[in-house]
Design a protein around this ligand. Structure first.
Ligand SMILES: [Zn+2]
Length: 308
């Protein structure tokens, strides 16, 4: 994977400093609002490593909220902080990868080459990526701690990541590599695309019901597939090679629900899966990567969940 000479997105914001509070956009309430944290969609480890009480609060917020997939533009006018000293390489990485997703999804949306679940965007509204270095971050979905891992907040249309997650990936999850890291961002951007096409709303409507986990799995596998579509379309520009693909597939494997559950407690319970098995995550990423067509990422159109 090569990042030199690529366009860098200007939609990346850096937040340094301690925990919550500092660097907050003006006027955004700290309390949970709208979808609450439950609207947050994350890469895979959250429900396993999050304390049960916080998890319940999040799910409870969703069940009590009934807010649906509202999207608000919050704090767009806030200026981006500059890249922190000593972080230039990682800033380049975030800006180039996000920029490449903007190019891909801008074109795909313009071509209307996407599945649709009641919404067909005319243009691609670019999300912002907030790179934070502290222990917690204030978001339109509430305050999140670093433990949560990277996530997308549909309320403010922003992606959040603490770069320390990449160390977690490399060391604890055995998922190293720059393209594996890029896949994480592309997956979260996939959630933004899902927000634009109505998929997020479908899943939120199922919260609290018997289909909740299955709908979550459909959403997550679709985000993996959309990440694959991005990889396909950036193959030439970012010099993505076979080793890169293996990095992403390995990451998809390592963050599969069955693998995470087996590693943490020795066995897997498929009914509790929210992101899909390792095999599913690899297969859907691969599907997007091989075909490059987001319309092939219609996980919601697979009628029998067992065929997903
Ligand atoms: Zn996700």
């Amino acid at each position: 994977m090569r990042l030199d000479d690529q366009r860098r997105s200007t939609n990346v914001e850096y937040r340094t400093g301690g925990g919550g509070g500092g660097g907050m956009r003006g006027g955004l309430p700290l309390r949970m609002r709208g979808l609450g944290l439950g609207g947050i969609i994350i890469i895979g480890i959250i429900l396993l490593i999050m304390p049960a009480n916080m998890r319940n609060a999040i799910l409870g917020q969703i069940m009590g909220g009934g807010g649906g997939a509202q999207t608000q533009s919050v704090g767009d006018s806030a200026g981006s902080a500059a890249c922190p000293a000593g972080q230039e390489q990682s800033c380049q990485f975030f800006e180039v990868v996000l920029g490449s997703t903007e190019d891909v999804w801008g074109a795909v949306v313009q071509q209307r080459a996407l599945p649709s679940y009641g919404a067909t965007p005319a243009t691609y509204a670019q999300p912002r990526l907030v790179v934070f270095f502290g222990q917690s971050v204030d978001t339109g979905c509430g305050t999140a701690t670093t433990d949560v891992g990277p996530f997308y907040c549909p309320v403010d249309s922003q992606l959040y990541i603490n770069p320390s997650f990449y160390e977690t990936m490399a060391r604890r999850l055995n998922a190293p590599g720059d393209f594996a890291q890029a896949y994480v961002i592309a997956h979260e951007v996939g959630h933004h695309v899902q927000n634009l096409i109505g998929a997020t709303r479908l899943v939120n409507q199922a919260r609290g019901g018997p289909q909740e986990n299955q709908m979550s799995v459909r959403l997550e596998l679709q985000a993996d597939c959309l990440a694959g579509v991005w990889g396909n379309r950036e193959r030439a520009d970012l010099s993505i090679d076979a080793a890169d693909l293996q990095e992403a597939l390995n990451a998809a494997h390592q963050i599969g629900d069955d693998t995470l559950q087996r590693n943490s407690r020795g066995y897997a319970s498929p009914d509790s899966f929210t992101h899909g098995s390792s095999e599913q995550r690899m297969r859907w990423f691969r599907r997007g990567f091989d075909g490059g067509d987001a319309r092939q990422c219609d996980t919601f159109g697979v009628r029998d969940f067992r065929q997903l």
